[in-house]
Structures are given as structure tokens and as C-alpha cells.
Ligand binder design. Sequence first.
Ligand SMILES: Cc1cc2nc3c(=O)[nH]c(=O)nc-3n(C[C@H](O)[C@H](O)[C@H](O)COP(=O)(O)O)c2cc1C
Length: 424
Amino acid sequence: MTLAPTWLSGEAWRREDSAVERLSDPRFFIELAQRAEAAHLDFVFRPDSLGAPPAGMARRPGGSGSDPTLLMTLLAGHTSRIGLLTTASTTFFPPYILARALMTLHWLSGGRAGWNIVTSLDGQRNFGLEQMPSAEERYARAAEAVQVIRALWDSCPTGAAPIDRAAGLDGSATLPAAIAHKGTYYQVEGPLAALGHPAPLPLFQAGASHVGRGFAAAIADGTFAACPDKDAALALRADLRRRAVARGRAADAVRVMPGLSLFLAASETEARELYRETHAGTSRAQKLAKLTSMIGLDLSGWNGARRITASDLPPLDAALRSRTHAELLYRKVARSEPSVDELLDAPEVLGSAHWQVIGTPGQAVDAIRDWADAGALDGLILFPGGSVGCLDLALSTIPAALAEDRRLREDYESECFAGHLGLG
Ligand SMILES: Cc1cc2nc3c(=O)[nH]c(=O)nc-3n(C[C@H](O)[C@H](O)[C@H](O)COP(=O)(O)O)c2cc1C
């Protein structure tokens, strides 16, 4: 489940019961993580941004941009089994800092840290850059950073071997050793001067362009996927399985975990109303501006009923903010030739192109069963939207229903995050 405050989305923070003030209250996140643990979820997850808040968030009180790894460290002390999946950017953090922070979280949590590796969508002006590096360069850096970080993790003692006081450390296999990395982007001597942990630290990745998929297939244990419909998830999962095998890994090495955006209520009518209310304050001009920022297309002069076809779209530019999201938008147009108004209200524009269920918890569970039975996912990340009530409903109903189906455990069988994912 996400710990990003998605239930404050759009206008939802204005609701009496939104608990928006609790964003700065650590106990709120502790309670959430404990509830997710009581439901035996694999992990809690926190995305991150090092830039200005996205347009939607800029129109509500701040407080959602705190450092996710530090937040997870707090949660480590208040939970005992659930995985703690943090997000950190290889574009802006040096690998030594990342290796140390992540391994510290892993050690402090007893092997429960995970890392969602992102290459960032923006934030460059906070790091002295005018432009974001190209996606190719960001992924090349990410690949080298992961290589360095893994070497650093291996360079420090795991603590698994018994300490021999009499023999001392000379000649010990667990003595820290330099890594002497000299690459295209990084020069790192090592070793990492931080205590290691014997449990593997799961690596996730977000970004599904051609290059992003290659990166996932090479290193990731899981991918945080934007999949607006089942076909998109099926195609992504099949492609990642093929790519993993081509790299000599098992077909199921990269677990596909789509984000599931939920607007839940006791009846479908109420859920639709919740969704409508949440987005009521997003003006047409804002939606048009989002479309322009995504693919460089200005539709402000178009009639809302006019249909858009693939030939109306500009060529896919290499310098796009997120190629993944742009490609999903092009796919939507090619498949359904929506009207301008339909496109502006689609999850590809109004949201982050995530799978969406607006309805009752039962409908959400049916949708999850349907995708799982079709082989469209290996797991999912719950994104409750619109109200704290929706968050409560999601947590109190969906895990229990999936446990009844034996799609989710009834109790933890492993102490560490890797174990929950079935990693060796
Ligand atoms: C579903 C999804 C979630 C993402 N989450 C984050 C995030 O939390 N923080 C971040 O800095 N970048 C995030 N990104 C950006 C990616 O790491 C990547 O920089 C971007 O998608 C460009 O890669 P692409 O060309 O493969 O799309 C996300 C991307 C996707 C598709």
C-alpha cells in the first residue's frame, strides 16, 4: 500500500474528515503502517519527488514531500514484519550515499528495506541543472549506480559470520575490502563503512519505456507499473518476462505490480460522487496544460466533442518528461480515438495512468481477481483516493477478501521483505 497521501487528491483535502493536518504527524504514518502490517501486506511504499509538487498537489497544503527513507526508518521501529519500500533517485543522489542510507534502513528494520529506483521526472533546478539529463543518460547512470551500490553492499561484513575475538579480523572473510570502481559516471573507492545485513534488499523500478524495461529486466525484483487497463498490464508483464529470460534471469524475476487507484464507497453511486467531487476543482485549462506538458500538444482551440486520432499527435519526442506516460497516452488515442473531453478526463491525463476502480470494495476485489486470473499482475500497490473513508475501506476489506481466496497470506511466514516476495 502507498504511504503517499493519495486520499487527499484533488479537492479531497478540503473535506472535514480529510485529516490533512495529520500529514505532519508521525503517528498518522505509524498507524497506517501498523494497519497494513495487521493486514499482512508485503510492504508499504512511498514514492518521492525532488522537484516542485505536481500541479494537483500544488493546490493543497504541503507536507507530503518529506524524505521517504527517513520516514521508513521511523516506521521500522514501530512495525516488525512488513516490508518498507522507499524511493530514491539515482539521478540526484551519489551511489555511496544511497548504499549507506538503504543498508542502514535494512539493518535497522531487520532486513525489511526495499528500494524503488527512480531516475526522476524533474527537480533538476534543485541540483544546479537547467535541463533534466536525457532518459538514456539517466538510465545509464542508474545502471552504473546499481552496480556500484551492490559492490558496496558486498564490500562490508554481513554480520553472518561469528566474530572471532581470539583470531581478530586479520584474514577474516568478512573484512571490508575496497571496490575501486572507475566507471563512466562514478569513481568510488569503497568499502562501505556501514554494517550490512544478510537478507537480500529487494530492488524495484518505475519507468516502462524501452530503456526502462531493459533496466528492469537487468536488475529489478519488481516494477511499479502504470497500467490503465488489463491489456496494458498483460503486454508489459509478457514483455518483461521475455526480457528477463533474454538476460539469463527467470521469467518471473521481475514482479509486475500495477498501481491501483481506488475510489471506494458503500455503493457505486456514492463512489462515483466521491470521484466527481475529488476532481471537480480541476479546471479544463489545467487538464489542457497537463496534456501539453506530457506530449507538447496544445488542444485548447479544439471543440470538446472533436475526436482525436493518432495522426493528430506530434511525433514522440525523445526529451519527454516521462516516456512511459506519453506512450500510454498515445496508446489510448490509437485504441479508442477519444473526444477531447474524454481524453482530458481519462486516467492517462487526469491521473498517473493507473488502473482505476470507482465502486464498492467488492467491485475492487472482483477487478483484482480478474487481472490476477488473467496473468496481468504479480502483485499491486493500493492507492486509495478521495477520502480517509476510502482508505479505511480499502484496508479493511481488500486484504481480507484476498486472504480468503488464498491470494494473500493469513500471517507472515518470513521475517524479511525478500521473504515476503519469495526471493531466495
Ligand atoms: C509508475 C511510475 C512511477 C514513478 N514514480 C517516480 C517517483 O516516485 N519518483 C521519481 O522521481 N520518479 C518516478 N518515476 C519516473 C521514472 O523513474 C523515470 O524517470 C521516468 O518514468 C522516465 O523513464 P521512462 O522513459 O522509462 O518513462 C515514475 C515513473 C512511473 C512510470
